[in-house]
Design a binder for this molecule. Structure first.
Ligand SMILES: NC(=O)c1ccc[n+]([C@@H]2O[C@H](COP(=O)([O-])OP(=O)(O)OC[C@H]3O[C@@H](n4cnc5c(N)ncnc54)[C@H](OP(=O)(O)O)[C@@H]3O)[C@@H](O)[C@H]2O)c1
Length: 280
């Protein structure tokens, strides 16, 4: 039975990947800065902090594979993840799956792209996943509080996004540990691109109450994010991401989920139907 270290195990993608790996017969090490004991079969929780190198070796030693999930909106992420990649090589970890983000390969200076390049050059067996915005941002992620209040304020304009469910990214991640996807890079999207008005309508229908989307300016979003406690560098990073959406660069649809898993990715309508209890 292979043991996979899942970083970011408490986040939306980490949780989904753990569930998929366990269902497929892997043993999972769930890494967190605040690990809680687990009684689930084949799950071991481990203390892991990208900013604390002392936690890296105990988590990686004896792992057959590792899923690297960078802290979100973090311009310093290369300094955090690259040493972990180096240690994985030193310890002979069999395969590294890096969760990156859609389109980062268009900007060689993007933090996640710099980690991709480090991984590619490292000599470690790897797969790179580049997902679009997660559907789960609206259920458990940073947009959930706005959805609960019925008003989504974003500087997304009318730009469309081919949102993907973390469950589909998790399925690709789990498949990547099978050994058949070494050196591959996948751009992962849902089956269709929707703007945030359409998303709000689908959430409203599933929730049985009105949830509206309001397009705001980049400056308004930036100031709102900072007022809500987001560090300034992260707020600027988020503003940049939504300029990508406004420009229509998040709208592309790929077949990569279908190619890797043999299954079509979940639509937003189906996701909303499955998630309705969260929004009621
Ligand atoms: N959300 C999206 O739409 C989206 C789209 C494309 C790509 N991505 C990428 O996917 C990744 C995860 O995003 P997300 O939205 O899923 O985030 P999330 O749900 O908020 O999860 C973030 C995870 O990062 C962990 N973390 C934070 N700081 C850490 C540190 N110093 N050391 C170790 N772990 C740390 C947290 O674990 P603990 O607090 O338990 O330590 C948490 O599990 C990010 O790299 C993001 O750029 C996200």
């Amino acid at each position: 039975m292979k043991t996979i270290l899942v970083t970011g195990a408490t986040g939306s993608l980490g949780r989904a990947t753990m569930a998929t790996l366990i269902a497929r017969g892997f043993r999972v090490r769930a890494a967190s800065r605040h690990p809680q004991p687990s009684t689930a079969p084949n799950v071991q929780t481990v203390h892991f902090d990208y900013t604390d190198p002392a936690t890296h070796r105990p988590a990686l030693e004896g792992s057959d594979g590792v899923l690297l999930i960078a802290p979100p909106l973090d311009v310093e992420s290369p300094a955090k993840l690259n040493p972990v990649i180096d240690l994985a090589r030193e310890l002979g970890v069999g395969h590294v799956v890096l969760n990156s983000a859609l389109g980062v390969d268009a900007d060689e200076n993007a933090p996640l792209r710099r980690i991709e390049r480090h991984l590619i050059a490292s000599g470690v067996s790897y797969t790179i996943l580049r997902p679009n915005f997660f559907m789960e941002n609206f259920t458990t992620g940073f947009l959930a509080p706005m959805v609960r209040q019925g008003e989504i304020y974003l500087a997304a304009g009318d730009g469309k996004t081919s949102f993907i469910s973390a469950c589909d990214i998790a399925a690709v991640a789990a498949e990547s540990f099978s050994g058949a996807h070494t050196g591959r890079e996948y751009s992962l999207t849902g089956p269709e691109a929707l703007d945030h008005h359409e998303v709000a309508q689908l959430i409203s229908r599933a929730a049985g109450r009105t949830v509206s989307y309001h397009a705001i300016s980049e400056e308004e979003m930036l100031q709102g994010a900072i007022q809500n406690g987001l560090p300034e560098s992260a707020a600027h990073f988020m503003a940049l991401l939504y300029s990508v959406v406004r420009n229509g660069w998040a709208a592309g649809v790929t077949d990569d989920v279908q190619e890797v898993t043999g299954k079509a990715p979940l639509s937003f309508a189906a996701f909303a139907g499955e998630s309705s209890a969260v929004w009621k």
